[in-house]
Design a protein around this ligand. Structure first.
Ligand code: CTP
Length: 448
């Protein structure tokens, strides 16, 4: 994180000759002054962020991203492409960023604007990054201000892709993204959800707060409040086979657990995800995250082995997996057939071990154990059941999730009650799965 002692004005012309540490290197104050854009303070902390906006409907969400960055005290310079201005106009970007906004390499030529923003940047975020933008970046095109800025910068570059699922999955986009990743470009999202036009799937731009936290986490130590911690997150539903083609399972998509893992990794933790049944596209962002390692488990027994092994060296374990409570006592070797059946099928189910209770009972000193509970109760009954379950499992924190036929599964939003031992009646946290994941990590940090 930039820590500056001295004075600077908006363009850095009068910055005192002091130096500051930024991302492990010392930077002279003239750049520092330009970078912080705050005058008169004794100790300033601000990141010089360039936000590139390209032509997609998600540009309206980037207004909120810029707002988040400004609220956090950073100096934000927006570079919209011409196409982006069809979605959100220049006055909005200027008003919200509190800095002049230009799109052309021919503006402000005396200040060599086509490269100066890129040279000064501590961080560059392109949101939304359309399929066209990713292609242009991969090719290194420099025929507009965003293109020249991206070529001139040595700062970390983050892209937040947004496009229709078909475009996201097209081999050209996949190859462009692979090229960018190889060059060290960071990719946040896209999320899986509703897209313009009523379709739904991977391609929706990540939420502004997720992009902000991810991007700032690359340059700002305060955002990496889980750095140095080893975390295990289980996610998805386990399945218990009946025969080679059938199983007993549950409706969990694994999305909330993946959001918990991504939030931890963005905040600096080293994360081991043990995924039971989770669709590949739900796991995509976690698989690509540099601080996440992934292992898979099918049955409860496999999840228990993988989680117990990983927990041996973990500081925090979060059991977000939906564990099948019962398994079939005798799994048939061959597909069960209706031939000769009397119209009923009787299966004997035996209880599976409680993985979470086992981990809590054997926790290492200093290890924090977090459970999830899906409950169909509401109100006081939900709270009571939550407290009883937290005590029964012996966990430090229980995230209670109200579920039902119509809610709790396969949806973007979630609502959780975070119960620790001394929380009589905490307020529920509501929002995107990412937002509640961040609230969970805030609660975990308070306990440690
Ligand atoms: N869990 C586990 N092993 C099991 C069952 C559940 O580790 N065999 C974990 C889940 O991963 C979750 C927590 O325990 O973190 C609570 O799961 P839940 O299904 O709500 O609780 P149950 O133990 O199944 O209790 P009940 O059936 O009474 O609701």
């Amino acid at each position: 994180m930039p820590r500056v002692v001295g004075h600077a004005d908006d363009n850095g012309a009068h910055a005192e000759q002091v130096s500051f540490e930024r991302a492990g290197r010392t930077v002279d104050a003239e750049r520092a002054g330009a970078a912080i854009g705050v005058s008169g303070a004794c100790e300033n902390r601000a990141v010089f962020v360039v936000v590139g906006v390209t032509g997609g409907i998600a540009a309206y969400k980037t207004v909120q991203l810029v707002r988040e960055l400004i609220r956090a005290g950073h100096d934000v310079h927006v570079i919209p492409t011409d196409d982006a201005l069809r979605f959100v106009g220049l006055p909005t970007w200027e008003a919200i960023s509190r800095n002049p906004v230009t799109t052309s390499v021919h503006d402000d030529v005396a200040r060599v604007r086509h490269v100066s923003l890129g040279q000064r940047a501590d961080l560059v975020v392109v949101a939304p990054a359309t399929a066209n933008t990713l292609a242009r970046m991969a090719a290194g095109l420099a025929d507009d201000l965003l293109g020249t800025t991206l070529l001139a910068t040595t700062a970390p570059v983050v892209v937040a892709p947004a496009m229709h699922t078909e475009m996201w999955g097209h081999p050209a986009t996949v190859a462009n993204l692979a090229t960018l990743r190889e060059r060290g470009v960071h990719v946040v999202g896209p999320a899986d959800g509703e897209l313009t036009g009523g379709d739904s799937g991977p391609g929706r731009m990540s939420e502004p707060e997720e992009i902000a936290r991810f991007a700032l986490g690359l340059v700002d130590a305060d955002v990496r409040d889980l750095a140095g911690l080893r975390v295990v997150v289980t996610t998805g539903g386990t399945r218990e086979p009946i025969d080679p083609v059938r199983f007993v399972g549950n409706r969990s998509s694994g999305r909330q657990g993946v959001a918990v893992a991504l939030a931890a990794a963005d905040r600096g933790a080293d994360v081991h995800v043990v995924a039971a049944h989770v669709d590949a596209h739900v796991l995509a962002a976690a698989s690509a995250h540099p601080r996440i390692t992934l292992s898979r488990a099918g049955t409860t027994a496999e999840l228990q082995t993988a989680t117990t092994d990983a927990a041996a060296t973990a500081d925090i374990v979060v059991m977000a997996a939906a564990v099948a409570d019962y398994r079939v006592d005798r799994v048939a070797d061959r597909k069960l057939s209706k031939d000769g059946s009397d119209g009923t099928l009787t299966l004997t189910l035996v209880e599976n071990p409680d993985i979470l209770a086992g981990l809590a009972a054997e926790r290492r000193p200093g290890q924090t154990i977090v459970g999830f509970a899906a409950e169909t109760a509401t109100g006081d009954e939900l709270l009571e059941r939550g407290h009883r379950k937290r005590a029964r499992k012996g966990v430090d924190l229980l995230a209670v999730n109200e579920v039902g036929w119509q809610h709790g599964f396969e949806v973007e939003e979630n609502s959780l009650l975070l119960l620790a031992a001394d929380d009589d009646a905490p307020a529920p946290v509501r929002g995107t799965k990412r937002r509640v994941a961040d609230a969970l990590w805030d609660a975990v940090l308070l306990l440690r």
